[in-house]
Design a protein around this ligand. Structure first.
Ligand code: ASP
Length: 323
């Protein structure tokens, strides 16, 4: 039975911790001269990306190769969808070549879930529209755990375009499940009404909406900045007067970062719009862990690929670790 990964909503906290523990083991592999394991030898992973990606696609490919799987990349422009083929027909055709796992990114929220009904191999969601980006939330949790020693009990501010962000949705669920408190910080127009209920009672208790940057950052242990996803605004009424004004009121500078705890870390899923949501001083400063998030992306995706193809049963008993 494949272990799909479509949504953080489908994972219990213990399963999240198990994935993070296994990612910990793969983290140290990055500093070895030979970065190769053999657990997925002879397996085939197809990365099917219908939206742009730098970090996610590359790290899935590296992760598959580090586990000795064959990794094949297909992008929208190079696939037959640009000739009118449907997503399901494309998936059926790929399935006929017997891959072990399809990693999919698509602008349609629900694309990965739809594929799980169509194909018999494992499916991993690498971002579906505005819905979820589960591996981003897992690598974010791994980064926080490494820098703060835990996730439980931390105050985490997610700042920016919450409305269009699948990263925010996956992170809200993941961080709440791991016992953090989350503030969603943005103008009202960039926060969907009722988002704090996305995970039912759990998120109702742990998530709050704050519409001022200073209040949202006050005492935060982690500040996670989001890009304004202009590509998702098409056909919508303007949500803020202009980017400069949004940047002035909700952008993170050294001055606004001072509201957070003195040892707060700064995160961003990338791509960064320098000078918009994040000043270059903060982006390149000592408190930014943005590149470390990218490194964790490989380790976490190795764990996720192994879990999807082999199942968590193949893993040795998880080491006990703080969430
Ligand atoms: N890379 C992230 C995503 O794919 C965030 C972003 O694009 O701003 O959702």
């Amino acid at each position: 039975m494949p272990h799909h990964l479509v949504s953080i909503a489908d994972l219990e906290a213990v399963e999240i911790i198990r994935i993070l523990d296994h990612a910990d083991a793969y983290w140290s592999l990055a500093s070895e001269p030979i970065k190769k394991l053999t657990s997925l030898r002879g397996r085939t992973v197809i990365n099917m990306f219908f939206e742009n990606s730098t970090r996610t696609r590359t790290s899935f490919e590296i992760a598959a190769k580090r586990l000795s799987a064959e990794a094949i990349n297909i992008s929208a422009s190079a696939s037959s969808t640009s000739k009118g083929e449907t997503l399901l027909d494309t998936a059926d055709n790929l399935e006929a070549m017997f891959p072990d796992c399809i990693v999919v990114r698509h602008s349609f929220g629900g694309a990965a879930a739809m594929l799980t009904k169509e194909v018999s191999c494992a499916v991993i969601n690498a971002g579906d529209g505005q819905h979820e980006h589960p591996t981003q939330a897992l690598l974010d949790a791994a980064t926080i755990r490494r820098n703060k020693g835990k996730v439980e009990g931390l105050e985490i501010a997610i700042v920016g375009d919450i409305s269009h962000s699948r990263v925010a949705r996956s992170n809200i669920l993941c961080l709440a499940k791991l016992g953090a408190r989350v503030r969603l910080v943005a103008p009202w127009t960039l926060i969907p009404r009722g988002i704090e209920l996305i995970g039912g009672d759990l998120t109702r208790e742990r998530v709050r909406v704050v519409t001022r940057l200073d209040e949202g950052l006050e005492g935060a242990d982690v500040v996670m900045m989001l890009r304004v996803q202009h590509e998702r605004f098409e056909g919508e009424a303007p949500r803020f007067p202009n980017t400069r004004e949004l940047s002035r009121t909700f952008g993170l500078s050294e001055r606004s970062l001072a509201y957070a705890k003195p040892d707060a870390i700064v995160m961003h899923p990338g791509p960064i719009n320098r000078g918009v949501e994040l000043s270059p001083q903060v982006a390149d400063g000592p408190r930014a862990v943005i590149l470390s998030q990218v490194s964790w992306g490989v380790a976490v995706r190795m764990a996720v690929l192994e879990r999807a193809i082999l199942g968590p049963e193949a893993w040795p008993a998880a080491r006990p670790a703080a969430a």
